[in-house]
Design a protein around this ligand. Structure first.
Ligand SMILES: [Zn+2]
Length: 140
């Protein structure tokens, strides 16, 4: 989708802007200086740098979506943060539930969101094998 290029990038010599959506999904801005020279960046970064007329060192900073919605590219939802922090936020630890293994009694942590599919999980593959053996015995 072609969009009007910002004044900030027009002054840098870019002529055209295309906005694409990648599968994450996340919007990507492609800026063309001519038909042959192009620069690709996140649409969030494009908006932020255009609005504040400020270049951002991508190896140090990332533009973060404050509410976590990577398609919410409103300028008030964008903030400049260090890359390290951004990565930590993208990989938030999963919520875990303390379970007790029905085979050996060991307490262990199991991802809460997997519990509906594995209602009575075992601590290990080994115990899981023993438990499935119990199941086949009880159904006979
Ligand atoms: Zn066990």
């Amino acid at each position: 989708m072609k969009e009007e290029i910002s004044e900030y990038y027009r002054q840098k010599g870019y002529e055209r802007l295309y906005v694409a959506t990648n599968p994450e999904p996340r919007r990507v801005a492609v800026l063309y200086k001519s038909d042959k020279i192009s620069v690709t960046m996140s649409y969030a970064k494009y908006l932020y740098t255009s609005t504040y007329c400020e270049d951002i060192d991508g190896s140090v900073y990332h533009i973060d979506h404050i509410n976590g919605d990577k398609m919410d590219d409103r300028i008030e939802n964008l903030q400049k943060i260090t890359g390290r922090y951004n990565r930590a936020k993208d990989h938030e630890p999963r919520e875990m539930t303390l379970c007790k293994c029905p085979v050996c009694g060991t307490e262990f942590l199991f991802p809460t969101r997997n519990l509906p599919f594995h209602p009575n999980p075992c601590c290990s593959r080994k115990c899981g094998g023993i438990k499935s053996h119990w199941k086949t015995n009880s159904t006979k």
